[in-house]
Ligand binder design. Structure first.
Ligand code: SF4
Length: 322
């Protein structure tokens, strides 16, 4: 992998990123990386990790150093808590453990492997109650959005892999708002606390197992399958309304909710409802299409330089183009 510095990070920071990524690339794991999975990897599409492994020593695999920094901010939060834990066994038996490794062995097509994850925080009370919390750095705007399905799955997988499902389980996503201090000075209605913990549903164990099995099958049987539209769009399925006289120019790409927050159209039904509100002439030529934004390919995917789809589309990381 070749790491560039096209966006002028200070040299010592760039050098530090290069040294870190060379000594501990993000596809490297302390467990058996040829057979085992990390939870986050398993939840992802297979193609990015397949390409990263295949091209890890190639100069065609180019990532700019600036695209590692957001990942380091998240890692910094995790590192801050690492090693902190309290185990007050008296008087109520409460305990909290931070950065707790969870894993479980599986057999697939007669081959053994394990799935590993790191739960950010686990709180025990008494001997039967467990609360698992996963930290996410986020922007305050997410306060109005439902908890992302992938986060719900992640918490449920950690509870399952940690073998906590025989206990009374609860799961939370803890949003840590990066823009909290800046935004609270002018935006009324934003969270009073920089941390917002939102409870997620506990899924039936069978559903979690089925999900894991499907993902394992997907990664093992079709490691190079092209990413789906939803995967290319950061896991979001969104819709846009087009006018046939102006194809590919979305007339209504977003709408504002009751709080005045601009939102993407996340269901076909919502798009259909918005379409009814168009002037009669426009309504006659309006049609709905699932978004083909490819936001992940354009803005975040680290294997963009070696991905056949991104190459075909001519996607290149640039702060000015998108
Ligand atoms: S660039 Fe897009 S299509 Fe290619 S691996 Fe990344 S997300 Fe998938």
């Amino acid at each position: 992998m070749k790491i560039t510095n096209n966006h002028d990070l200070p040299k010592h920071i760039y050098d530090d990123i290069v040294a870190k990524e060379n000594s501990n690339p993000y596809i490297n794991n302390s467990f058996n990386k040829d057979t085992d999975f990390r939870v986050t990897e398993l939840m992802d599409a297979p193609l990015p990790i397949t390409l990263a492994k295949k091209y890890k020593d190639s100069d065609e695999y180019i990532v700019d150093a600036s695209y590692f920094l957001p990942m380091y901010i998240g890692t910094g939060i995790h590192k801050h808590f690492e090693g902190h834990s309290f185990r007050a066994t008296k008087p109520n038996g409460n305990a909290a453990v931070f950065e707790h490794h969870v894993s479980k062995d599986f057999v697939f097509d007669d081959k053994e492997f394990a799935i590993h994850g790191t739960a950010d925080e686990i709180q025990f009370s008494g001997k039967d109650n467990v609360i698992l919390i996963d930290n996410k750095t986020a922007f305050t705007g997410s306060v109005y959005k439902p908890v992302d399905n992938r986060y719900i799955l992640q918490v449920n997988m950690y509870l399952y892999l940690g073998k906590f499902r025989d206990m009374n389980c609860r799961g939370f996503i803890r949003y840590i708002y990066k823009d909290w201090a800046a935004i609270r000075s002018f935006a009324a209605g934003y969270p009073i606390c920089m941390i917002n913990e939102r409870e997620v549903d506990i899924m039936p164990v069978q559903e979690v197992r089925d999900y894991i099995e499907n993902q394992v099958r997907d990664h093992k049987e079709s490691p190079e399958r092209p990413c789906t539209q939803t995967e290319r769009n950061l896991g979001r399925k969104t819709f846009k309304i087009f006018l046939s006289s102006k194809p590919n120019k979305a007339k209504i790409a977003t709408y504002a909710d009751e709080n005045g927050i601009r939102k993407e159209i996340d269901t076909y039904e919502k798009a259909a409802e918005l379409m009814q509100g168009l002037p009669e002439k426009a309504r006659g030529e309006a049609y709905i299409k699932e978004s083909t934004d490819d936001l992940r390919c354009k803005m975040y995917c680290k294997v963009q330089s070696i991905c056949p789809y991104a190459k075909e589309k001519g996607y290149q990381f640039s702060p000015y183009v998108y």
